[in-house]
Design a protein around this ligand. Sequence first.
Ligand code: GTP
Ligand code: MG
Length: 217
Amino acid sequence: MSNTAPVTVGGYTITSAEFVKSAVSLKGLPEERLPQVAFLGRSNVGKSSLLNTLMGQKKLVKVSATPGKTREINFFKVNKQFFLVDLPGVGFAKVSNSKRDEMGDFIREYVEKCKDLRGLVYLVDIRHGGTPIDIETVESIRATGCPVLVVASKRDKVNQSELAKNLKLIQARLGLETKPLCVSSLKKTGLEPLWQEILDAINGKELVGKNDGTASK
Ligand SMILES: Nc1nc2c(ncn2[C@@H]2O[C@H](COP(=O)(O)OP(=O)(O)OP(=O)(O)O)[C@@H](O)[C@H]2O)c(=O)[nH]1
Ligand SMILES: [Mg+2]
């Protein structure tokens, strides 16, 4: 599956976007060595929708209103140059504890061991302003040394004053140096600065993580 006509999203032109494979263990990672940027966040936060929107796709990545839709690590190759990676949702309460831990371990293993991973985009629902699960997960990613860029999702769900309040909350709770970017996959807003960050990370500039506040702690 890939798009046929070039499409420009957030100033970046996508000429091809293909689903490459799903992995349920590290053995399943793509053999092709290309840089990767992965998307993480709580279940239902909008990771898969954002990937579709960024790649100018409608159905390439499976989306569902039921939390826990994405259970495996899915790899999408963009412009034959890099992978965008859709990770399972964290803190998905409706699976058994052992299953949830397993998913947690798999994500941690991937983050620690995948040499091609240049950074993680961690999505936080703008309405929730950063939950304890978000704080815990971002801290454990930082502990692995992987650069993480926190981005607020579902911008269209809040008004201007909620937006301002919750961006500040996310910044404070997740210890960011600057307010997070905020995107809406539905309205296709906020995509340009996000593509910039992703491309910088892909190009080895290690700019994903520039709003990471670990240095100021
Ligand atoms: N209003 C609005 N809804 C959104 C947006 N992004 C995603 N959604 C909706 O949120 C729900 C979950 O979206 P997904 O993209 O499947 O979320 P996910 O983070 O991949 O979820 P899991 O795979 O379960 O971890 C779906 O009903 C989407 O249509 C957005 O920007 N605005
Ligand atoms: Mg998903």
